[in-house]
Write a protein that binds this ligand. Sequence first.
Ligand code: NAG
Ligand code: NAG
Ligand code: NAG
Ligand code: NAG
Ligand code: NAG
Ligand code: NAG
Length: 391
Amino acid sequence: MRAILHLAGLPLALGRFLKPLPSGFEHTPGSWAWMSYDEPDFRVLPGHFNRSVLYAPWNATVSDPTLNKVNDHLNYTDFVAYDPQFFDIIGPEATIEHLHLLPYQTHEASCWNPESKELFFAEWGPPGGNNGTHTWQYLMNTETNELRNITTDPPTVNAHGCTFYKGKMYVVTDGDHHESGQIVEIDPKTLKKTVLLNNVFEQPFIGFNDIDIDEDGNFWVTDSRSGINRAIIPWWPRTRPGLYVVNATTWRPKPVWYTNDFAVSSANGIAVTATVNAAVDPTYIYSNFALMAYDIDLEGTILTNPRLLNNPIAYYYDGLRVSRNGWIFGGAGQSVDIIHPVTGLTLGSIRVGGGLNVAVNVAFGKHEMWIVGKGGVWHVKGIKERLDRTW
Ligand SMILES: *[C@@H]1O[C@H](CO)[C@@H](O)[C@H](O)[C@H]1NC(C)=O
Ligand SMILES: *[C@@H]1O[C@H](CO)[C@@H](O)[C@H](O)[C@H]1NC(C)=O
Ligand SMILES: *[C@@H]1O[C@H](CO)[C@@H](O)[C@H](O)[C@H]1NC(C)=O
Ligand SMILES: *[C@@H]1O[C@H](CO)[C@@H](O)[C@H](O)[C@H]1NC(C)=O
Ligand SMILES: *[C@@H]1O[C@H](CO)[C@@H](O)[C@H](O)[C@H]1NC(C)=O
Ligand SMILES: CC(=O)N[C@H]1CO[C@H](CO)[C@@H](O)[C@@H]1O
């Protein structure tokens, strides 16, 4: 027997495509929907339907008027589940709030400082104007939500990724016409910048995209075409886009993965996980829209067992983070998707509204997170599971 159909705010007729919400989720401060292949009407859609992979499911072109209304409804939800685990991770108290509407250009490199309770992130300069180059970043006080425009000393040029580790912000940059991509350390109190690394045995990086730091303090950095695509990097010849590990003890950079296609593929988000009771950790890399998982060998210098973990339901994964319990959070177009680290199943989407909004990167607090992207900054709070990791 099915549960009584109850979809808050949704006429019953529309309900046949969506699965009734589990008990406890009928009246929540955030609005929810459950898209499930348990529903025969969703399994076999009527009429004509079509969408590009770059558009979200609720943005599909459909001929059935009821399904069209369902999509209009989905476009105004906050949380869309595809798997019951999503309800357990997010919980019924969660809400999402659009804190700041910022220009419709990329915001990324978000990281949260738990000591000062400040969120750091970058805003890409508009292409053209200033050559796409940006030498300043935002700091947001997450208690008052006040935004501050900061310039580090000396300035950090084209910040692209950030992670907070043991009291410092670690930022990677694309570089520009005057300097190669760098890994830098920023003291959050003095905003003093120290360059930690800027070359692979005298060769410039193409342009760093993202950074993660593992439990032992090793840096995992993706080197990407993003700066080339915006014509801010002049270097030639270039290496392939890929992933490097920089050993925390020896500081020696080593490539651990390269894209196959020099011309078109790139390397985007990276996240290292600590799997409980395991000596090897998988990492996740974006290439050709695929989210790949690898095991890291014991020395930390070779990746093994490559596997396609998932392909995003829509758009492509940009920033990736792994939460305390191992869930992968990936910015993917209009939502941040939560992905199971082993099965690769997409469990659900945290939506940042529709239209032109794009979720690019996330930063975790304890039971809250911030999302930055095109259209500004969002705050998701009241999340049931603890998100920030142990290091
Ligand atoms: C399907 O979608 C694609 C991409 O948006 C579009 O080019 C094409 O015309 C659509 N086809 C139909 C039959 O709607
Ligand atoms: C801007 O970019 C052009 C190439 O696209 C380059 O020649 C020029 O030096 C750049 N200007 C600055 C200030 O970096
Ligand atoms: C931030 O500061 C930089 C440098 O002073 C300036 O170019 C930029 O317009 C400022 N941006 C905002 C949003 O205040
Ligand atoms: C870093 O280098 C040290 C010293 O050579 C080595 O013991 C360790 O396994 C290396 N770790 C990684 C992740 O490369
Ligand atoms: C989806 O919602 C946004 C507001 O967040 C709105 O601007 C957009 O027009 C909506 N899209 C559709 C297809 O209804
Ligand atoms: C069918 C549909 O709603 N398409 C829209 C998907 O989103 C893009 C970007 O907002 C719109 O341009 C399309 O019209």
